[in-house]
Design a protein around this ligand. Structure first.
Ligand SMILES: [Zn+2]
Length: 175
């Protein structure tokens, strides 16, 4: 989501991804997400690896990310409709089976939307929705899941925390 729906991160404008496909594929790899063992589209010669993303899929993923983002700002958004639209359904994939939340034949976009949407719904559904946060630092739109014990995290990472501290210090000195 951070790769798709922000214009500023850590105090800097995010350049429009010139190679969004590569950025997405690396984000999926970083987060260990693949649509499962039943990809509907396999690029010729890809040797059964993860399905190759297309530009159209990247555009649709960006739309899904934009739709999911309000959930991190405390707005429930349209999560239920999103889950229905992308066919979210718990079911077992593969052998040994893993639990996924997209239908076996789902395309990559539906699969990601269903899995990500379900994950957010589970967080909200167990009363932990306040842990879905946006970074409070100026010039940063990154979202994160706050795993601190008392749900007190305010920034996406150390660089934003340090920047915010420094600017608060400057503001106090000016006052
Ligand atoms: Zn930040």
């Amino acid at each position: 989501m951070n790769e798709l729906a922000v214009t500023h991160a850590r105090g800097r404008p995010v350049p429009p991804p010139t190679d969004r496909l590569a950025a997405l594929e690396s984000a999926f790899a970083t987060h260990g997400w693949t649509p499962g063992p039943t990809p509907t589209t396999t690029a010729p010669g890809s040797g059964g690896g993860p399905p190759a993303l297309t530009g159209a899929e990247a555009d649709r993923l960006a739309e899904v990310a934009a739709e999911l983002r309000p959930i991190f700002t405390g707005a429930p958004g349209t999560l239920n409709q999103l889950l229905v639209r992308h066919g979210a359904v718990p079911n077992l994939h593969g052998d040994p089976p893993i639990l996924a939340f997209h239908a076996p034949g789902a395309d990559l976009v539906d699969a990601w939307a269903a899995d990500a949407g379900t994950a957010l719904a589970m967080v909200i559904g167990v009363g932990q929705g306040l842990r879905l946060r946006t970074c409070e630092a100026g010039g940063c739109e990154l979202v994160f899941f706050d795993v601190t014990r008392n749900a007190s995290r305010r920034f996406c990472g150390l660089s934003c925390q340090n920047r915010a501290k420094a600017s608060a210090y400057r503001a106090r000195r000016r006052a």
